[in-house]
Design a protein around this ligand. Structure first.
Ligand SMILES: Nc1nc2c(ncn2[C@@H]2O[C@H](COP(=O)(O)OP(=O)(O)OP(=O)(O)O)[C@@H](O)[C@H]2O)c(=O)[nH]1
Length: 324
């Protein structure tokens, strides 16, 4: 970093500085005359104020990169860029707090440093500067709000992504844990039925052993597709874990749910793992347990009864449906 000159001797003019737009230069120039102009090399930060008064940095040439102070070095990059005529540092001047952002030159950059007391005198003596400060603050507020909204959206995107099973594309167990209690509450409150089908692929260990784990994965994907193809848009399917899948049927009573499960069973029986006829594989079958919510029952109770029914379907020969 190099101290080039005072502003008066630097050769820079104030008319391009946003903070001074519309303000009478004859009022501003005497106040700016002794303010230092620094040259920062790429990567250098302007010196921090030794007092708690803060200071405003106006870019005269080059660019300053601004990163929120809470972001670790090497973390999220480029919160913003301050270009010639723009400034940064106004918040710590206004509230005497620590600067909220880390500032560093993105290239060789000349910066006018305006100490807090000089800035306040400008605000006192020149309404135009005060107005520009307010405009700057409202711009910062809007930018911060937009940034928050973007982060919320990104957060929601990743939340949704974390609820999807990577192999089958179905919802995963985390989604089920999140949504099932809410669906059950809704069913109790609206006095509508809700059914759950627990599905377990038959002899899947043997299938893996005979055809390889990757073919087993393909069979799981094919099963998930087949199941989704049978359901209505208001139904949900999820991968419960391993080779176990779950279907949720809101507004569906026991008999209708049993009929859906039987349809799923048939669909699986007819589903090829690979459409490619050159690689004929045995069809994958599944056993299914169906349970319909009882008065006052919670998620654990419903899943346990569906599991017990599934166990009976396995016991009775697999490739079939049992009702809880
Ligand atoms: N390929 C593949 N296999 C999986 C996956 N998740 C679980 N499995 C396999 O599924 C098999 C389940 O085996 P078991 O629990 O013994 O049940 P099963 O062989 O299907 O027998 P039954 O359920 O009694 O009909 C295990 O071999 C697991 O490794 C997966 O994501 N991909």
């Amino acid at each position: 970093m190099e101290h080039i000159a005072s502003f008066a001797a630097s050769g820079y003019a104030p008319d391009r500085v946003q903070l001074f737009h519309g303000a009478p230069l004859e009022a501003i120039l005497p106040l700016l005359a002794d303010c230092p102009v620094l040259r920062l090399r790429a990567g250098e930060s302007p010196p921090e104020a030794k007092d708690r008064q803060g200071r405003l940095y106006v870019v005269l040439h080059g660019a300053l990169g601004v990163t929120p102070a809470e972001v670790r070095p090497g973390g999220e990059r480029g919160f913003g860029t301050v270009l010639p005529g723009e400034c940064t540092g106004e918040l710590s001047v206004l509230d005497h707090g620590a600067p909220p952002d880390h500032v560093a030159a993105q290239e060789d950059t000349d910066v006018l440093v305006i100490p807090a007391d000089v800035l306040w005198r400008m605000v006192d003596e020149c309404h135009g500067v005060a107005r520009n400060m307010l405009r700057l603050l409202s711009f910062r507020l809007r930018a911060a709000n937009a940034q928050l909204r973007r982060r919320e959206k990104v957060g929601e995107f990743y939340r949704q992504l974390s609820m999807i099973d990577g192999l089958t594309g179905l919802h995963n167990r985390a989604w089920l844990n999140d949504r099932l209690p809410a669906l059950i509450d809704h069913a109790h409150a609206s006095r509508e039925p809700l059914s759950l089908i627990m599905i377990d692929l038959d002899h899947f260990k043997r299938f893996n052993d005979e055809h390889g784990h990757q073919t087993g994965d393909a069979a799981l994907v094919a099963a998930a597709k087949a199941i989704s193809s049978v359901l209505r848009p208001s139904d949900f399917s999820a991968r419960y874990g391993g080779e176990e899948l779950t279907v949720l049927l809101p507004g569906t009573g026991a008999q209708a749910a049993k009929a859906v499960a039987q349809r799923l069973c048939e669909q699986l029986r007819e589903t090829r793992v690979f459409e490619d006829a050159a690689r004929p594989l045995p069809h994958v079958t599944a056993s299914m347990g169906v349970a319909t919510i009882l008065d006052g029952e919670d998620a654990d109770g419903l899943v346990t009864r569906a599991d017990a029914a599934l166990y009976r379907a396995k016991e009775n020969g697999r490739n079939r449906v049992a009702l809880a």
